[in-house]
Design a protein around this ligand. Sequence first.
Ligand code: MTE
Length: 315
Amino acid sequence: MTRSALPSSEITPESVYLDRRRFLAAAGVLGAGLVVAPALGACAPAAADASQQGSLGTPYGLQPYDKPNSYEDVTSYNNFYEFGTGKEDPKANAQQFTTKPWTVKVEGLVSKPGDYQLEDFLKPSKMEDRIYRMRCVEAWSMVIPWRGVPLADVIRRAGPTSAAKYVEFTTLYDPKRMPGQGMRYLDWPYNEGLRLDEAMHPLAMLVTGVYGRDLPNQNGAPLRLVVPWKYGFKGIKSIVRIRLTSAMPKTAWSEAIPSEYGFYANVNPEVDHPRWSQATERRIGQFRRIPTLMFNGYADQVASLYSGMDLRRNY
Ligand code: MTE
């Protein structure tokens, strides 16, 4: 549903929403999910540092450039190749896509496999609002207030067996409803994967909403993955299947162009994409480029997942 189609009473103005977030953050109510002050290191530009000192040191301090993007930015500049390859295509082409009813299949190395209606699948979990920095591999970024449930919750309920090492996610395959699937630029359906310990990390989320409203189709309705320390292509949209496996799953982009996209997809300013630098990024809606932070600024929370790994080889 587009914003204009919503009755105005249902829209929380962004300013009110964000003021509420600031209040909750100041009160210490919010968990680790809220944007945490990135540790400004050698890569931060000197001029920017001085103006940012004020927000450092507070556990939930936002950088000035970490202002959440507008609802308009978040829902009109998208990647969702099932609805076209241009940034404006998903919004233009996904409006008629129906997401009710929606079934999620849980299978593989779990004690409780099954087909679940989305509502039943999510109901036992507590919905949470979290603002995350999101970094696309194309060197642009946004700050997005998501609503969803911890992925770990859902996986725990499925009961992974001791042989489970990875989690594979798959998007709906239905070329009649997703016209881009008639084109062969990816090997449909889109899929993605995480190592089980990555999937169990408290920052990883299954998302159903943005800015406190249901996800618009172009953002991956009704259910998508959000992994804020990885490049955006990990954030698979319109998920219909979650499978626990012992072998590393194939992923859409690493299958399509293995020399450019790896399984890990961790945001790493030190490893350039073969065709462009990853050292800086353009925050949508801002003019100045900003430094890209290791693990997208979530190093304190997630770096230990990769200790001992060569992150140049495992890109
Ligand atoms: N999921 C599916 N099924 N198809 C896609 O083309 N694009 C990915 C990811 N999830 C994609 C997808 C990429 S490249 C990005 S950057 C993010 O979705 C964009 O999410 P957003 O449009 O909500 O910002």
